[in-house]
Design a protein around this ligand. Structure first.
Ligand SMILES: [Cu+2]
Length: 127
């Protein structure tokens, strides 16, 4: 009896491994579905930071797009930090990342820049 139990246990393990690997394959090959591998086009954005806020308050991309954001400090010292993506770009710099998560993510200045600091917000929208 012990022997047959072991065979059953091995069979269940093999079935589980097969099910897991099958899932992975389906995810990779699903046609037309949103991808998270960065196979999408590169979307470039230039955001100007002024003491009154960002000139771009909404960045819209599709899931899987490669997003490139350049921040220009027109007045003062600012940054642009995207919450939920853990990405930050400082004035004069460019960041590039894959928008692998869908949703709405607030971005804001992460440098204490004065009385209008709280105006420095926007949204990254990934569909
Ligand atoms: Cu600022």
């Amino acid at each position: 009896m012990k022997h047959s139990k072991r065979i059953i246990a091995v069979f269940i393990m093999l079935a589980a491994i097969f099910a897991l690997s099958a899932c992975g394959k389906i995810e990779d090959k699903a046609p037309g579905s949103a991808n998270s591998a960065g196979n999408g086009p590169v979307k470039e954005f230039t955001v100007h930071a002024r003491s009154t806020g960002y000139d771009v308050q909404e960045i819209r991309v599709n899931q899987g797009d490669t997003v490139q954001i350049t921040l220009k400090n027109d007045q003062g010292m600012h940054s642009l930090k995207i919450k939920g993506y853990n990405k930050e770009v400082r004035g004069g710099k460019t960041i590039t990342f894959v928008a692998d998560k869908a949703g709405e993510f607030e971005f804001a200045c992460n440098i204490s820049c004065g009385k209008n600091h709280k105006l420095m917000t926007g949204k990254l929208i990934v569909k």
